[in-house]
Design a protein around this ligand. Structure first.
Ligand code: URA
Length: 430
């Protein structure tokens, strides 16, 4: 029987500022997944949504339709409570690496389906793939085994093609049609995958600032609120932290460099901002999982999280003791004057790391595991003229000039002492 709907009527309804009905949303997402609604029609609808917005009901229905375009995983039979974390993406954001084993060491199960990086922020899978032998593509039975194993309890792997396939196709269109930056589309894209993943609880790390999608606190609050509402309505206990992304997290950006820094954090050292955010997110995750009697700061410092990291890496074929890949060439930027580092721009560092080969321009491109940037100083640090500020790493020395160009205006050294801005800016709960 012919459908009562047409792509043109749904696009026109949204273009004119109307609210789409449940049946229109179900139809258009399903017909797009089946190939009946063409890419150019879905692109036009995405632009209409970006310009006109969506109500809470429309976003919830759109998310549900995207979940139903594929399979939904179920971990309710596991002996431990499941909880996951999702970050909206930032430069040097390696938090998943110490966080997943830390939360597992404290008694929860962490099923994390992650992605590869595109653009200036790195992907968690690219970082872990720099560990010799580690594989992202494990089977669902193996994932369950790792989650149920009290010595492991965490798994970070690639999402299967059948998890919210409508989102995969739509995200690829948004990426090339200027329609990524829409709160309803970002919220439904992230939450459809997280709800389909089957986690019982979720903590969102919504990044705010120059190196993030959301440049100011108001728009980050709007996105966080939309996602917390979507999770809560779908029965997933969800809270969000809003965290600063004007400056990169930690002192490294780039795959193997970030793994090395994460191992430092798991060994009881590492940069203060990475430790602070890891422990804060762990506290939120454990509270969502109903675990109140374990202090994650202690489990990080006493080596329990490190034991789970080693087991988690080995459980996916990786060798936690193998030397990490190192880039063939390095170049160091030094300070031209003394003073205090008052600014180190996340977007510029992310772009420079990407140009060095740490990221990819198109899906499927290879990444250089050793490429990236080491930051020898962070905002608030005192600087002496001539001291190293940044070390650039790459296998392709042709990448130095464009990368150095991205860094020319990336930092400011001021005459007076300044204090670093806080890492955690706000918390959004249902
Ligand atoms: N990450 C996603 O998965 N989807 C978006 O729309 C943006 C970031």
């Amino acid at each position: 029987m012919a459908s009562v709907h047409s792509a043109v009527s749904v696009i026109a309804a949204k273009r004119d500022g109307g609210e789409l009905g449940d049946d229109q949303i179900d139809w258009v997402v399903d017909a797009f997944t089946r190939g009946e609604v063409a890419d150019e029609q879905m692109s036009a609808l995405a632009m209409a949504i970006l310009l006109r917005g969506m109500t809470r009901r429309e976003i919830a229905r759109w998310t549900r339709a995207m979940i139903e375009s594929g399979k939904r995983m179920d971990f309710t039979d596991l002996p431990r409570s499941t909880v996951d974390k999702h970050s909206t993406g930032g430069v040097g954001d390696k938090i998943t690496l110490p966080l997943a084993p830390l939360v597992a060491a404290c008694g929860a199960a962490v099923p994390q389906l992650s992605g590869r990086g595109l653009g200036h922020t790195g992907g968690t899978l690219d970082k872990l793939e720099s560990i010799p032998g580690w594989r992202a593509d494990i089977t669902v039975p193996r994932m369950r085994e790792m989650l149920a194993d009290p010595k492991i309890g965490a798994v970070v792997c690639a999402a299967g093609a059948d998890l919210a396939p409508a989102d995969k196709r739509l995200y690829a269109l948004r990426d090339v049609t200027g329609t990524v930056e829409s709160v309803p589309l970002i919220a439904s894209s992230i939450m459809s995958k997280k709800i389909a993943e089957g986690t019982a609880a979720l903590v969102l790390d919504v990044k705010v600032g120059g190196g993030a999608f959301m440049k100011d606190l108001d728009s980050a609050r709007e996105l966080a609120t939309a996602m917390v509402e979507l999770g809560t309505d779908a029965g997933v206990r969800t809270v969000a932290l809003l965290t600063a992304m004007d400056t990169p997290l930690g002192r490294t950006a780039g795959n193997a460099l970030e793994v090395a820094e994460s191992v430092e954090v798991l060994s009881g050292g590492g940069p203060a901002d990475v430790i602070e955010l890891t422990v804060a997110l762990a506290r939120e995750m454990l509270a969502q999982a109903g675990i109140h009697d374990v202090d994650p700061a202690v489990a990080l410092a006493d080596g329990r999280a490190m034991d789970h990291w080693r087991a988690m890496i080995a459980g996916q074929g990786g060798d936690p003791d193998a030397p990490l890949p190192r880039a063939k060439y390095t170049e160091t930027v030094t300070a031209e004057q003394s003073g205090t580092l008052t600014r180190l721009d996340a977007m510029a560092v992310g772009l420079a790391a990407w140009r060095l080969g740490a990221g990819r321009a198109r899906q499927g491109d290879p990444v250089q595991f050793g490429a990236g940037i080491e930051m020898h100083a962070k905002p608030g640090d005192s600087i002496t003229a001539g001291q190293p500020l940044l070390t650039l790493h790459t296998d392709t020395p042709d990448a130095f000039p464009p990368s150095l160009a991205a860094l020319t205006a990336a930092y400011t050294i001021g005459p007076t002492p300044s204090h670093p801005t806080p890492t955690i800016l706000d918390r959004i709960a249902p």
